[in-house]
Design a protein around this ligand. Structure first.
Ligand SMILES: Cc1cc2nc3c(=O)[nH]c(=O)nc-3n(C[C@H](O)[C@H](O)[C@H](O)COP(=O)(O)OP(=O)(O)OC[C@H]3O[C@@H](n4cnc5c(N)ncnc54)[C@H](O)[C@@H]3O)c2cc1C
Length: 392
């Protein structure tokens, strides 16, 4: 029989958030940190992510995290060490008339944080993105500093640097039980048990499976999110702007992908599912046809586009579409980071850092208290200017 091992900190989940927390814990002085991942590093929701990093947020806390995380993405080798495959593209945001005011308000806030933005007319937008048709759009915004990273490179870079600082990363180590014995928590895996006074649940859409082991329920629901990739015969440049189209019912977004392919996702709620383990990669052709229609309207050159591939990933959506991060009330030494609601990749660097500092009793460099789960009971939900959705 395996003997129980001890640790000072246990993180459950090896997605971008868990690996970021692990790195910042170790980098901020924590010893004996163990990360338990049931599969491989980056095998959950992060593996399906479009990994777009933009700072256009109307909620100040999100904006601040996005700005500070953007600095890390763009200079990852200096801040952390390693390569995240950063590609700067800029970000075009297209909206109906009622978005003009909120968009300009966000731009003013972004400018105060040093982000370069502009309101464009159709001709100016086409200078950045020559295939785009925006005659039916009332307001076009642009942010020159956004881009995308590679989710695998980012997550494994955090994991590798965490290892360099002494974090013990266990893959193929599914957690099957968590028990409280006074201050000590025993975390059971299929390969043995670990004891620690501190446990951090960073299992994204699976957080409630772990919560159930302790009788805790986190307020989020899981939904399916489909991404498809399309290709046309003419070149599609890797640095053409990401486009977020708030005029479409699905709030589609698209960005360049390697090989001249365009990757298209949606910003709607998606179909809810009970259990993230029932999620299958399959994307139905009705979805492809519908998205193809929306893309062809926005880029007429895509009328003859070829469907290349599609996949489905889980969103963990909280009631206000914002993350749930911090101590779990009533459970000394238990922390959670979940409910990223489809926009957790871009926030993972500073949320990981802030949670690590909170766990260590340090003042977070970028505050995370606004993401405390108590907000759902105290009427302090975080609602953004664009209404419910991943652009809050
Ligand atoms: C299709 C799609 C597109 C997206 N696009 C963007 C985007 O463009 N920009 C952006 O900012 N965000 C985006 N997101 C959201 C972002 O990717 C996620 O918020 C983020 O990756 C979540 O990371 P995580 O570490 O919390 O969760 P995950 O990556 O899901 O990690 C959780 C880990 O926990 C592990 N785990 C689960 N149960 C157990 C257990 N019992 N024992 C041990 N380990 C366990 C899982 O295997 C998994 O590896 C997108 C998400 C999806 C699905």
């Amino acid at each position: 029989m395996n003997e129980t091992k001890t640790a000072d900190f246990i993180i459950i989940g090896g997605g971008v958030v868990g690996c970021s927390v692990a790195y910042y814990l170790a980098n901020n002085g924590a010893k004996k940190v163990v990360l338990l991942e049931r599969g491989e590093i980056c095998s959950g929701g992060t593996a399906k992510s479009c990994a777009i990093v933009r700072t256009h947020y109307s909620i100040e806390a999100n904006l601040l995290h996005a700005v500070e995380s953007l600095k890390i993405f763009t200079n990852f080798d200096d801040y952390v060490g390693g390569d995240v495959g950063w590609q700067r593209t800029g970000y075009l945001i297209l909206g109906p008339e009622e978005h003009q005011e909120p968009m300009e308000a966000v731009f003013r806030k972004q400018n105060a944080y040093g982000i370069d933005t502009a309101v464009l007319n159709a001709a100016e937008a086409r200078k950045f993105h020559p295939l785009i048709q925006v005659e039916d759009v009332d307001v076009i915004g642009y942010d020159s500093m956004a881009g995308y990273a590679d989710p695998h490179l980012t997550t494994t870079a955090y994991a590798r640097r965490a290892k360099d600082f002494g974090v013990d990363i266990k893959t193929d180590a599914p957690v099957t039980g968590i028990h409280l014995n006074g201050e000590t928590k025993t975390v059971q895996t299929t390969n043995g048990a670990y004891e620690s006074p501190v446990v951090i649940l960073a299992a994204g859409p699976w957080a409630n499976q772990l919560g159930r082991m302790l009788g805790v329920s986190f307020p989020y629901e899981v939904s399916r999110h489909k991404v498809i990739t399309l290709k046309i015969d003419q070149p599609y440049q890797p640095d053409w702007p990401i486009v977020k189209d708030l005029t479409t019912p699905d709030k589609i977004y698209f960005r360049p992908e390697t090989g001249g392919v365009v990757l298209v996702g949606t910003g709607d709620h998606g179909d809810p599912i009970e259990d993230p383990d029932t999620l299958r990669d399959h994307v139905d052709m009705d979805h492809v046809t519908r998205i193809d229609g929306l893309i062809s309207n926005r880029m007429p050159a895509f009328e003859e586009a070829r469907f290349i591939a599609g996949w489905t990933g889980p969103y963990d959506i909280t009631p206000d579409w914002n993350p749930l991060v911090g101590p779990v009330p009533g459970y000394e030494g238990l922390f959670v980071a979940t409910g990223f609601s489809g926009h957790g990749f871009k926030l993972a660097p500073t949320i990981g850092e802030g949670l690590a500092q909170t766990v260590l009793g340090q003042e977070p460099r970028v505050p995370i208290d606004i993401y405390d789960m108590a907000r759902f009971d105290s009427g302090q939900e975080l609602h953004g200017a664009y209404g419910i959705g991943s652009i809050s």
